[in-house]
Design a protein around this ligand. Structure first.
Ligand code: FAD
Length: 477
């Protein structure tokens, strides 16, 4: 097949780019090795839209995150992405942290974040009574927010698809034919693709792609982040994002209220070698627990319903690198999008599209570009009267499939049949929360398998949990 722009990777960066490029009269294709959009790092993170307060001053990362933070709320409104505007507090627990906190507010000022300030202990405790009563004060950052990270990325993808972008999933880029400073062909597990522009948004694997065009003067390794997920009904809940006083390497452990009402506690920040390592560790979880309890002593870790790991694509040397290759015509490499990329994605997209224009890609604005997208109406969030009205409109809103999260058959069908819809159990779970509750899909998965098989017209044995050979039923292989 032929396309004007091929984006490799359907994470936050790839999907934000796809949406931005869908505004123009060109053919845009996104391919991803996974069965679903949503990326790797992009679907397993804290979901925070944070200001650039603590970022190294003057870096590309700082600039793009600042721009993106100011755009994000409008984009979430347009795409019907739920966000909680809760602000964050970093409690100061030790006298030596006072000096760090002062230095951070100076840096915040240089980064144009004037509302990042140190407040006295009494004021902080009034705002967040769950905190350790012995705190010496706290840093308050009112414009930090939390969003459902997967809904954001899939909403950008859906909107891009509605505006003409083609998504090819389960499609791994395996090589490229490069000669005389030009990429002639991109080889994938779903056939060859010829493209005028090729954008590498492959996150943790962007170095593998960069090597294919001999543009790799850096390395990428996973920086693992482990998390606990708490059940809805845990009695001690925070109303702000509670973060450790940040260090240069990480923002430290956080206690995070989420749009879905499941608190997240984590992450760790451990450099590892193996890019496929997603194992939680006893040491990692114990260190999160100790740090979190020091900040919020009442947390009940016995209300944990699951744990997970995300892997930040950590680049050496560090920092965002967005390059329009001078050596290989039409290649754009994006690397170093480490721990701020959910927020910065829409800034990166604007930056790259501007660069493409400068480099000669003709971008004629499409007439009738659809700016908005409506999310799936969630039955569980509605009042009794609203639920009645939904059932009248669609009787399948009256059929509960996931008891823990009160997810109905109507929601699951919408998740499957939307643009870039769900094809696996995990894809359904991320879109509508079937299987996200206390039983972790023990009760609803047989029903979801049945629905997926029926709607996709495949045998139940072919229904997968996620990519590759993760079949739910015994296929005898
Ligand atoms: C623990 C943790 C906490 C974080 N917290 C936050 C936060 O609160 N706020 C924030 O803004 N950011 C946060 N981040 C950072 C953020 O998640 C990342 O910066 C961002 O998701 C990177 O997006 P991406 O699209 O570049 O990469 P990814 O989401 O990893 O997407 C890359 C895609 O490329 C695909 N791909 C790779 N190789 C190939 C190939 N050969 N062929 C086809 N496809 C390929 C992959 O399948 C993947 O889907 C956090 C990250 C972690 C891990």
């Amino acid at each position: 097949m032929k396309t004007d722009v091929l984006i490799i990777g359907a994470g936050a960066v790839g999907c934000a780019l796809a949406r931005e490029l869908s505004k123009y009269n060109i053919k845009v294709t996104v391919c991803d090795k996974n069965d679903d959009v949503g990326g790797d790092a992009s679907k397993s993170n804290s979901g925070l839209f944070s200001t650039s307060a603590t970022m190294p001053v003057g870096t590309l990362e700082c600039k793009l995150r600042t721009i993106a933070h100011s755009m994000m709320m409008n984009i979430c409104k347009d795409l019907d992405v739920p966000v909680i505007e809760c602000g964050s507090i970093a409690p100061i627990l030790y006298p030596e942290q006072l000096e760090t906190a002062k230095a951070l507010t100076e840096r915040a000022f240089l980064n144009g974040v004037y509302d990042y300030e140190i407040l006295p202990a009494q004021d902080i405790l009034e705002m967040e009574p769950t905190l350790n009563p012995d705190i010496l004060g706290g840093i308050y950052s009112p414009r930090d927010k939390q969003a459902n990270q997967f809904i954001l990325v899939s909403a950008m993808a859906e909107n891009a698809a509605e505006n003409g972008v083609e998504f090819i999933l389960d499609c791994k880029v395996t090589g490229m034919d490069v000669s005389n400073g030009k990429i002639h062909m991109v080889h994938t597990t779903k056939g060859d693709i010829e493209a005028t522009w090729i954008i590498n948004a492959a996150g943790l694997h962007c170095d593998d792609i960069a090597k294919m065009v001999d543009e790799c003067d850096f390395t990428v390794h996973p920086r693992k982040g482990e998390f606990y997920v708490f059940s809805h009904d845990t009695p001690v809940k925070v109303s702000h994002i509670i973060s450790s006083v940040p260090s240069p390497k990480t923002r430290g452990v956080l206690v995070i209220p989420t749009v879905d009402n499941n608190m997240l506690v984590g992450p760790t920040a451990d450099d590892v070698e193996d890019k496929s390592d997603r194992k939680t560790t006893a040491e990692g979880l114990a260190s999160i627990k100790a740090q979190a309890l020091n900040m919020v002593p009442g947390l009940r870790f016995e209300d944990t319903i699951t744990q997970f790991v995300g892997a930040r694509p950590a680049r050496e040397p560090e920092g965002y690198d967005i390059r329009f290759s001078e050596k290989v015509k039409g290649y754009v490499g994006i690397s170093g999008v480490r721990s701020t990329g959910l927020t910065a994605s829409v800034g990166i997209a604007g930056y790259v599209v501007h660069g493409l224009k400068e480099a000669g890609l003709e971008l004629e604005r499409k007439v009738g570009w659809k700016r908005t997208r409506k999310g799936i109406v969630r039955f569980a969030d509605k009042t009794v009267e609203e639920k009645d009205a939904l059932i009248k409109l669609d009787p399948l809103y009256g059929k509960i499939i996931c008891r823990c999260e009160q997810v109905t058959e109507s929601e699951i069908l919408q998740a499957i049949h939307r643009p870039v819809g769900a094809k696996t159990l995990d894809a359904v779970k991320r879109r509508v929360r079937a299987g996200m509750g206390r039983c972790q899909s023990g009760f609803c998965s047989p029903h979801v398998i049945e629905i997926l098989a029926r709607e996709l017209g495949i045998p139940e044995e072919d229904v997968r949990k996620r990519s590759e050979n993760a079949y739910m039923l015994d296929k005898g292989i």
